[in-house]
Design a protein around this ligand. Structure first.
Ligand code: SAJ
Length: 422
């Protein structure tokens, strides 16, 4: 099967780079997104997200005539669905977050309208186990004139597979090509077909399994990292109580040939590691004990840091009795959810800075070298590193950005370093 025209549904952090990458291999790519503004930006050869190297890739693809964006699916030989899988609203405090598959369902039903014999449909969105089978059922329901792998195996008219993305934000363009891919076809033919598609741009190995294992592989990778970070975060809290430097402890322990502890921090942010483990918990709540606890440990860490900052403010007032609380200047270093990126979404650092600014009557400053302005609604001020160094009484390092490592610790009365670089 030759894939001449490929459609990517959902032009976000994964869909857009994938569409542009396919277009760079001179495939005709139809990008589909429900957001007209996104479609207009891409058709102008520009991008609506920040990702190194992506702007040039999209510009070349659009000007070369290989990539166009539209709001409803058009016929193609392969459809790659990369839409969000958010949570349903949480009703009670102790509810387990449940995935909301409405975007996968609406994408699948929109694709069903234009399917023809021989087409391939791939789901890439991070999803709970069983979602690919659900997607195939929605397709079959809307197209009774076509056959699908759940009933016709290798002989089906339409091939369906789950192939998770595993790229690291900030390195997407390189990792899309270099990373190995897990290919979870609903039949052997489905997997073969999916490999053929990915081989147009993937230099890594394409490893075949079934759809359920491929879904679980993606969730497992991120849950594994979450559990490892939770271990580091728990250690940091234990060490604080025992007056032990956790960074030194981890460095020493990691000298053991079979120990590799990750780094503690102010909490786990982003749209993957803090989310995906819940997709395992939601399907097997009684069994996923460790995964649930890891999530709780990591979610608790920002509140622990907030308490440390509040204690620091009180300590500062005790030792500087000439000052009132309104005089105390707190400066946060780093707001992004991880180092050397500008992404503030789902960032524990933002949550910490906001919480302290809402509580503290004195000045709260933030330094974030990767962004130039904050929305006016934020209760704290964005300042340069120099200004924060000159005016802060208490400095709180939240993100280990390269700039902070290079310049070293500011000269302040109290320093809280959640990343152990100062
Ligand atoms: N973090 C720590 N300590 C560490 C490592 C990370 O506290 O030792 C924190 C970071 O500061 C950040 C959070 O964890 O707040 C997540 O950052 P990350 O770099 O671990 O991961 P993401 O969310 O940027 O990307 C992950 C990657 N998954 C794995 O490494 C297993 C990426 O490969 C996935 O494609 C991505 O999730 C995704 O889209 O699922």
């Amino acid at each position: 099967m030759l894939f001449n025209t490929i459609s990517v549904i959902g032009l976000g952090y994964i869909g857009l780079p994938t569409a542009a990458m396919l277009a760079s291999r001179e495939k005709n790519v139809i990008g589909v997104d429900v957001n007209q503004h996104t479609v207009d930006i891409i058709n102008a050869g520009e991008i609506h997200i920040v990702e190194p190297g992506l702007d040039a890739l999209v510009r070349t693809a659009v000007t070369g005539g290989y990539l166009k964006a539209v709001t409803t699916p058009e016929p193609a030989d392969a459809f790659l669905i990369a839409v969000p899988t958010p949570f349903l609203p949480i009703r009670a405090k102790d509810d387990i977050p449940q995935p909301d598959l409405k975007f996968v369902e609406s994408a699948a039903r929109a694709v069903a309208l234009v399917l023809k014999k021989g087409d391939l449909v791939i789901l890439e969105s991070t999803s709970p186990v069983g979602t690919t089978e659900k997607m195939a059922a929605w397709l079959a329901e809307d197209r009774p004139d076509l056959t699908f792998p759940q009933t016709h195996g290798n002989e089906s008219h339409i091939r369906v597979a789950y192939c998770p993305e595993r790229v690291l934000p900030g390195h997407v363009v390189r990792e899309l090509v270099e990373n190995d891919r897990v290919i979870g076809g609903m039949s052997a033919r489905c997997s073969e077909s999916a490999i053929e598609l990915y081989k147009t741009f993937v230099a890594g190995e394409c490893v075949v399994t079934n759809a359920r294992t491929a879904e679980m592989a993606k969730l497992t990778e991120n849950a594994s990292r979450d559990v490892s970070i939770a271990f580091a975060n728990e250690l940091s809290i234990i060490c604080d109580k025992l007056d032990i430097n956790v960074w030194e402890l981890i460095e020493l322990s990691n000298r053991h040939p079979r120990v590799n502890i990750l780094q503690p921090g102010p909490g786990v942010g982003g749209h993957c590691i803090a989310v995906d483990p819940w997709f395992i918990v939601s399907t097997t709540p009684s069994e996923a004990k460790l995964i649930t606890t890891a999530r709780q440990v990591n979610d608790f860490k920002p509140s622990w840091v907030i308490d440390r900052v509040k204690i620091a403010i009180l300590d500062f007032l005790k030792t500087n009795q000439e000052k009132s609380i309104t005089d105390v200047v707190v400066a946060f270093f780093g707001l992004a959810f991880k180092p050397d990126i500008d992404d503030l979404r789902e960032s524990p650092s933002m949550y910490i800075a906001r919480s302290i600014a809402n509580f503290h009557v004195g000045k709260v400053l933030a330094v974030e070298p990767n962004i130039s302005e904050l929305p006016n609604l934020e209760p704290f001020e964005l300042v340069s590193q120099n200004k924060a160094n000159d005016t802060a009484d208490i400095a709180v390092l939240l993100v280990d950005h390269a700039e902070f490592k290079n310049l070293g610790a500011p000269d302040v009365k109290i320093l809280i370093d959640t990343k152990g670089i100062w």
